[in-house]
Design a binder for this molecule. Structure first.
Ligand SMILES: [Zn+2]
Length: 173
């Protein structure tokens, strides 16, 4: 996992006091919120939060389209809400996964443009959902660096600290 302060950026990593200059982190805290709005119409979230209530992450009818990158029973959404489950591993993004998330990103962007409320969620709501949200943002016209910054602004500094996902996003046009 990447340091959430310098993201192993060669320009700032040597002076980073959070990671001591090696650009790495060994643990990642959970988010406070089940989901956060990244740009109007697009939310990113997870199934696990630092919450007192076990039901905090259960989705009802808050969204029109829910994309789940992990499958877990009992977390909604309610009947009638469009729900797509596409399992993605917290691992290297190969060509097959890369093309699947491009399709998904395009579909999410189209839904957002149609004024539908979209939630992209994974476990902690940081990396897998961040990857797909960032790809969707590029389909909405945001440059890739801005897409990454928007995801981190919404979900916190620990979002997109999977170095393989960051590397993949860096290859996007
Ligand atoms: Zn650092």
């Amino acid at each position: 996992m990447l340091c959430h302060a310098c993201y192993a950026d060669p320009a700032t990593m040597p002076e980073c006091t959070v990671c001591g200059g090696d650009g790495r982190a060994t643990r990642m805290p959970l988010c406070e919120d089940p989901w956060n709005e990244v740009v109007p119409g697009l939310w990113q979230g997870g199934h696990d939060v630092r919450s007192q209530r076990g039901s905090a992450c259960v989705v009802r009818d808050e969204f029109d389209l829910v994309i789940s990158l992990v499958a877990r029973q009992g977390y909604g959404p309610s009947e009638g809400v469009e729900h797509r489950v596409l399992r993605i591993a917290d691992a290297v993004v190969d060509a097959a996964v890369g093309s699947r998330i491009q399709e998904l990103g395009a579909e999410i962007a189209a839904a957002v443009r149609d004024d539908r409320r979209v939630l992209v969620r994974c476990s902690g709501g940081l990396n897998r959902s961040g990857l797909v949200s960032a790809v969707a943002l590029t389909h909405l016209g945001h440059p890739r660096d801005e897409a990454v910054a928007l995801v981190r602004a919404a979900r916190g500094a620990w979002a997109l600290t999977n170095p393989m996902f960051v590397a993949h996003l860096g290859t996007l046009a």
